[in-house]
Write a protein that binds this ligand. Structure first.
Ligand code: COA
Length: 322
């Protein structure tokens, strides 16, 4: 799978934004609803609380608007909106259409469902649109998992929450940020984590854990190989935020210290498509990223899907945009 081909029109991230619903569901709240404890959840997952409420469209509109404002791009100039979500508000139309209208965009808009790998899938798709001539693409990842989670089931209810993250991608003359990417799916493992239409999430926790570590390592290794870089070259990993023990195990196998990752799941829980852009925004807002740094995105999720990509953070390239 691919390294970005020489000569392909590239892009850089010029704005980002996030949105979390106001309502917080703490581990202490869950103790009242199921047979669990705050101590167990913290130790086995790293999660302290998660946010619930809101709709996929409203959260997407909020994070998308913040990203647009930071980038300074006129909404009317946006060429496409790609919305990663596993929890669209309706079966039809795509939630992206609602968000497009709310944000005043005049462009194509579509949803991408690759479960918790969704935002990385969307980011890669957006780069493809830019390679084919789009100038500006809004890439949002949003999930409202409270609508498909049973918060009385201790097997799943401790993990999931709602949130949204967005970036504006703008084309540049010459190579952009994206060095390499990898998208995977192992359909035979779909029974490990699924939700029927109208149902709630069903999960074999240990099986998902075992596979998650393996496919994260596999995908990240492929992206590093395609980019011609090693684990030592990676300044920051933005992993899917499912469980700190999964992240720690994968990073150990990759030879990357845990301190070189961005973690938000303690306050957000697993927000599926939103988790990677939320962790990216947290790292950027905290000033953890310098020009030239290599960032490794790596996600995994139901499907079971995996996705990774490596970008070289290059805000200066904005000066060269067409
Ligand atoms: N609270 C308290 N105790 C719990 C519990 C809970 N919420 N869930 C399970 N337990 C108990 C079990 O009954 C078991 O008790 P026993 O030893 O007396 O039999 C013990 O804790 C260990 O259970 P186990 O299922 O092995 O826990 P675990 O360490 O595998 O943790 C998960 C469970 C779900 C946190 C973990 O498997 C996981 O994170 N899996 C991946 C899930 C995921 O990331 N899904 C999304 C992918 S995008």
């Amino acid at each position: 799978m691919p390294a970005t081909r020489p000569g392909v029109r590239g892009a850089v991230i010029t704005g980002w934004g996030t949105a979390l619903p106001d309502t917080v569901l703490t581990n202490a709240d869950l103790e009242k609803q199921m047979d669990t404890s705050d101590a167990w959840i913290r130790e086995r997952t790293g999660i302290h609380q998660r946010h619930v409420g809101g709709s996929t469209a409203s959260l997407s509109t909020a994070s998308g608007r913040a990203a647009l404002e930071m980038s300074g791009v006129d909404p009317a100039d946006m060429d496409a909106l790609v919305l990663a979500t596993t929890t669209p508000d309706r079966a039809v139309p795509a939630t992206a259409s609602t968000v497009q209208h709310e944000l005043g965009l005049a462009c194509g808009a579509f949803d991408v469902n690759a479960a918790c790998s969704g935002w990385v899938y969307a980011l890669v798709n957006a780069h493809g649109l830019i390679a084919m001539g789009a100038d500006k693409v809004l890439v949002i990842g949003t999930d409202t998992l409270d609508r498909i989670t049973d918060y009385t089931d201790r097997n799943t209810g401790i993990l999931f929450g709602n949130g949204s993250g967005a970036v504006v991608l703008e084309a540049v003359d010459g190579p952009g940020q994206l060095l390499s990417w990898d998208l995977d799916s192992v359909g035979e493992a779909e029974s490990a984590l699924f939700c029927e239409i109208g149902g709630v999430l069903q999960m074999e926790g240990r099986e998902v854990f075992r596979r998650a570590v393996r496919i994260m390592v596999d995908s990240a290794t492929k992206s590093m190989r395609h980019a011609g870089v090693t684990a030592d070259d990676i300044a920051l990993v933005i992993p899917h935020q499912a469980n700190t023990r999964i992240i720690a195990a994968a990073l150990e196998r990759l030879g990357i210290e845990y301190e070189r990752s961005s973690i938000v799941l303690d306050t957000t829980g697993n927000t599926s498509s939103a988790s990677v852009p939320l962790a990216l925004a947290a790292a950027l807002d905290a000033g953890r990223v310098d020009a030239g740094d290599l960032i490794l995105f790596v996600g995994f999720g139901a499907g079971m899907t995996a996705a990774s990509s490596i970008i070289r953070w290059s805000p200066d390239a904005v000066e060269a945009r067409p």
